[in-house]
Design a protein around this ligand. Structure first.
Ligand code: HEM
Length: 146
């Protein structure tokens, strides 16, 4: 159970990162070149939201079975326990909120330029947060435990 969840969470990270990069590049280019907001822009941002929320669900399940998530007097003293119990979760939740707000608020905007800009800025911030948090895991940005 634990290894399957970790494997799924770890590999889905590549999908989330790839979708983030695609949405960031597409929205930046469309914003700067004043392109209309078309169906593919909407679909890529929807895929990003779906796989990000899938990552959230698997992350939440992992939280209950991971040997690195512990609550006790040593939680904040041990840097590995602290990272997985507090820092990884908090940082990734912030990134997930940014990706979610990007899409929800973009939907309410009327101008294409504003939509592209919103997707670009919020998703870029989310990418920076995710890369920073993964970097501090000490497991390498693209390495997988399994
Ligand atoms: C965009 C969101 C997220 C990304 C990109 C992400 C990425 C990762 C990565 C790369 C790992 C290490 C996988 C490995 O060692 O092979 C991991 C592990 C883990 N993540 Fe996330 N994560 C995200 C969200 C979350 C959330 C929201 C939670 C908790 C609610 C969470 C809880 C965990 C736990 C418990 C582990 C397992 C640590 C272990 O037992 O080794 N993650 N995550």
């Amino acid at each position: 159970m634990y290894s399957t969840l970790l494997l799924a969470h770890s590999y889905n990270r590549y999908i989330v990162l790839l979708l983030l990069v695609v949405v960031i590049i597409k929205s930046f280019s469309a914003w700067r070149n004043r392109k209309p907001f078309d169906k593919s822009d909407d679909q890529w941002s929807l895929f990003l939201l779906i796989f990000t929320h899938l990552q959230l669900v698997v992350g939440l399940l992992l939280y209950f079975v991971s040997p690195w998530v512990k609550f006790g007097p040593d939680t904040m003293k041990d840097k590995f326990i602290r990272y997985w119990t507090v820092e990884h979760t908090t940082g990734m939740l912030i990134a997930i909120v940014l990706i979610t707000i990007a899409r929800i608020s973009m939907k309410k905007m009327s101008s294409a330029e504003a939509k592209h800009k919103r997707l670009f800025v919020f998703n870029l911030l989310a990418l920076i947060v995710i890369l920073t948090i993964i970097f501090f895991s000490g497991r390498g940005l693209l390495k997988s435990t399994y």
